[in-house]
Write a protein that binds this ligand. Sequence first.
Ligand code: ACM
Length: 539
Amino acid sequence: MQIALCRLIKGLHCFPPFRVLSFLAAWLTGGILLAAIAVIPKPLSVELRDGTFPLRATTRIYVQGDAKDVAETAKYLAETLAPATGYRLSIESLREIPSPRQGIILSVKNAPNDLGKEGYILDVAPDRIEIRARYAPGLFYAVQTLRQLLPPEIASRQPVARTEWPVRCARIKDVPRFPWRGFMLDSARRFQTKEWIFGLIDQLAAYKINVLHWHLTDNEGWRLWIPKYPELVKPFQKGVVWEEEGYYSHEDVRQIVAYAESRHITVVPEIDMPGHSHCVVVNYPKLSPIDDPGRREPGLRLHKYRCAEINIGIPESQAFYRDVLKVVMELFPSQVIHLGGDEAKTNNWLENPACRAKMKELGYSDPAMLQKWWMERMAQWVHRQGRTSMAWGERMQLALPPKGQIVHGWRGESKPAILAGCQTVNSFHKNTYLDYGNAKGDGMLGVLSLPKVYAFDPVPADVTPEQARLVLGSTAPLWTTKQPQEKLSIRIFPRLLAFSEVVWTAPDQRNFTEFAARARRHLKRLDAAGISYWKAKEL
Ligand code: ACM
């Protein structure tokens, strides 16, 4: 019914005389039909039913099946409901689904195949809630949806005085559109504490994001401890405005990776090379293509480094990055390892004899080709370790990316990538960069309004269904150049809500007006959780 109404709204939008009617219909779906259900990202199908399920202190959680991760999801459910309700819900194991009794049942049995790895069915009846999925991620996302069916105060970290927590009866079937639903955190430009990152992970999980792309190295900071190269994390650039100390120990990384994993989020590490490497060339000058130390110093303005590229003409640079990546692979179980590859100033290499010799050896006249050669070698090495490499989609015009590498499009490279048969994650900056201003002048570079995020389709126009399958999804990057930790929340919210729907919900089910009605109600959840957000004029 809801879907039919939304289709009607979309159709009506094509005819200007019906715009008012269309707005009213959207308002109706937002205001009345969805009054009891404001799930974000919007599920595949929702059938509202009469009545409510009363969550009480005596409600039990039943686990059907012996799988360890089913029990873990049940534990997560109990834990996530505890702070606001004060309940300590008990968990019991079941062989068979019992005759009706007051409880929440989690089961991986008899779930239809079309739910895939991450889909779920959530059935809320007055006497029981039944969750079915084929695998643990599906159960976990059903739990996130269930949380959103409870009153907004459920997001509070303090106990809320209520004797009963009603859940509106409904049957929800849900499957995501894309397998890659990412958020990128830049911890290099500015440092964030481990505790802050735990909180971020909880919010990402709430909106069914499943990849945390972690940008760990850049000109302004190298944040990962590499025992063989202790100088990398040394604070430097004294007196430069963006200087900030801090790095992550191996124990910190393990905790963050485990915390994310328990919320079905894969942490994809990024080590940016061969540009954006000021920390390397300043602390290990032998790896710089430029001898003059003054030319390696930062200028006072962002990106004004005279040379932040490493010397890609010498074997020592490859050995350095292999050492670094060995540590990275020990710490991060992620199949995908991000090798950066963006914005290298290739002209610096022309000044270096080793780089010039390498160009001659390879028959290149353009130093940009040297970068292609370097990225190819690093990718092949990563692939030999059994992992998959990913890199920003630079210089698609020069040559194909290394075989098997995932192209991370940001300036429109995703379409050429898929036309060349490569898998891609599409982070087209004009629709996904969360560091851009919410409104004019309040962020980096451009402006990214809520409707502009919502309007994004990661699948470029005019591609075949087969080519479209090469689009794994999208990541919303948050570059932190001018953004200390305490300012990040208003960059993320409410735009993350719109983005989550871009990567989860099919385009023909999306309508901004109707989304805005649901998002407005989510602001209450953010308030209850004490999370600050941008007061978008559209909400
Ligand atoms: C980028 O924004 N430099 C990938």
